[in-house]
Design a protein around this ligand. Structure first.
Ligand SMILES: *Cc1c(COP(=O)(O)O)cnc(C)c1O
Length: 392
């Protein structure tokens, strides 16, 4: 065993995941987390034990509440959110739309949205669409890591909402969430944080940080599976003033009265739209339970150790490769990005040998290190494989 794995208090948790034949170094847990055995069992059993046996009665027996039940579990374990403020459903993209649109409608004559050039494309595209739809001005923070000072320069009395990612999908930069949130509030605006690359791996305190709105996907470090529904957080005191735009029956006050005229349900339920994707959210529950069992501080400690190790190896063995991620662990999420002009052509060869990082144009290889399922041996094998491929 790799000495760092022998010393790792979390190493045994790797056995909780389903094996992936032929994969020798999975370094893409930040794009799609691996399945837990408990999740695979849960999905398999659901069809027979719940769907087939309960049929339509299942909705009353708990399915209808599942988005809020799992939302509360996620909130407590991973988001620092008291019950009644988080829900599961829709994709991150759709939830960004719903929450931004809701914030814009409540913003009075504030008609500017703020986002950064390096934010994930879907967040930028959705904001561009809403700006066009509602006649708003989009103000851009330039490419690069976003500091509280940059945000302070761009927000003002016209700002309705600022949309930023906690961890940059490209560089892995971890933003100063509480400081930026305060800057935005001092300008009288709201903030929406995209937690896709931090949920389940970076300790988070949405309530204590006074965050207004948040979204995130559940298939990265939350191991919910491909296309698993995303989560939304709406701070309790905003729930009655914000109104989301997709007024579906399951977000209405009394769906089964099937009456005339939409009236939103009270609380976080009003942010639902259609029938919840039950099968899609099943894998999330065992994953949240595991995060609860291990605890986010221990997960974060291993995350930092993994990225430190990856950076040390890259410094040592990849001399012509540049590190595009912060060296300061306090400002880094759980992945690092390395850049080299030849990386795009190397990737297929790496994947063929079972070494699986991912590639981001123009020249970046990302190593996503998921603390519960990634070993130090995998990190070493991954960096060595990149070094060998570059030498060829
Ligand atoms: C992965 C990711 C998304 C994905 O959005 P989907 O609607 O699930 O495709 C959105 N934003 C960020 C920051 C991401 O990292």
């Amino acid at each position: 065993m790799h000495p760092l794995d022998s010393d790792d208090p979390l190493s045994a948790y790797r056995d909780r995941f389903v094996e992936s034949p032929g994969v020798v170094a999975y370094l893409d847990g930040n794009s799609l987390g691996r399945p837990l055995t408990a999740s695979a069992d849960r999905i398999a059993r659901f069809a027979t034990d719940e769907w087939a046996s309960q049929l339509i009665r299942g909705w009353d027996a708990g399915w209808l509440d599942l988005p809020l039940t799992i939302g509360d579990e996620l909130g407590q374990v991973a988001l620092g959110a008291a019950a009644g403020q988080a829900t599961i459903g829709d994709s991150t993209t759709v939830l960004v739309y719903k929450l931004v649109r809701a914030a814009v409608s409540a913003a009075g004559d504030r008609h500017e949205l703020v986002i950064d050039r390096d934010n994930f494309p879907t967040d930028r595209y959705v904001l561009e669409g809403i700006a066009a739809e509602c006649g708003l001005t989009l103000r851009w923070i330039g490419a690069g890591d976003v500091s509280p000072g940059q945000v302070a320069e761009i927000v003002g009395p016209k700002t309705a909402l600022v949309v930023l990612s906690t961890v940059s999908y490209r560089s892995g930069f971890l933003a100063d969430v509480p400081a930026i949130t305060k800057v935005v509030h001092d300008a009288g605006a709201l903030i929406l944080w995209d937690l896709c690359h931090s949920a389940g791996v970076v300790p988070t305190a949405l309530d204590d940080w006074d965050v207004d709105l948040a979204v995130g996907c559940s298939y990265k470090y939350l191991n919910g599976g491909p296309g698993a529904p995303a989560f939304a957080y709406v701070r309790r005191d905003l729930q009655s003033t914000l109104r989301q735009p997709i007024q579906g029956w399951l977000g209405s006050r009394a769906p089964f009265e099937m009456g005339q005229g939409y009236e939103p349900a009270e609380g976080i339920r009003g942010f639902l739209s259609g029938t919840p994707p039950i099968i899609g959210m099943l894998a999330l529950q065992p994953a949240i339970a595991l995060i609860d069992e291990v605890g986010l501080p221990a997960i974060r400690a291993k995350s930092v150790a993994l990225t430190e190790y990856a950076i040390a190896l890259a410094d040592d063995r990849l001399p012509h490769v540049s590190l595009s991620s912060p060296r300061n662990a306090d400002r880094r999420g759980s992945h690092i990005t390395l850049d080299h002009p030849r990386f795009e052509s190397l990737l297929p060869g790496l994947w063929e040998t079972g070494v699986i990082p991912d590639f981001r144009r123009p020249t970046g290889i990302r190593l996503g290190l998921s603390p519960l399922s990634t070993s130090f041996a995998e990190v070493e094998l991954g960096v060595n494989s990149i070094a060998e491929a570059l030498a060829r």
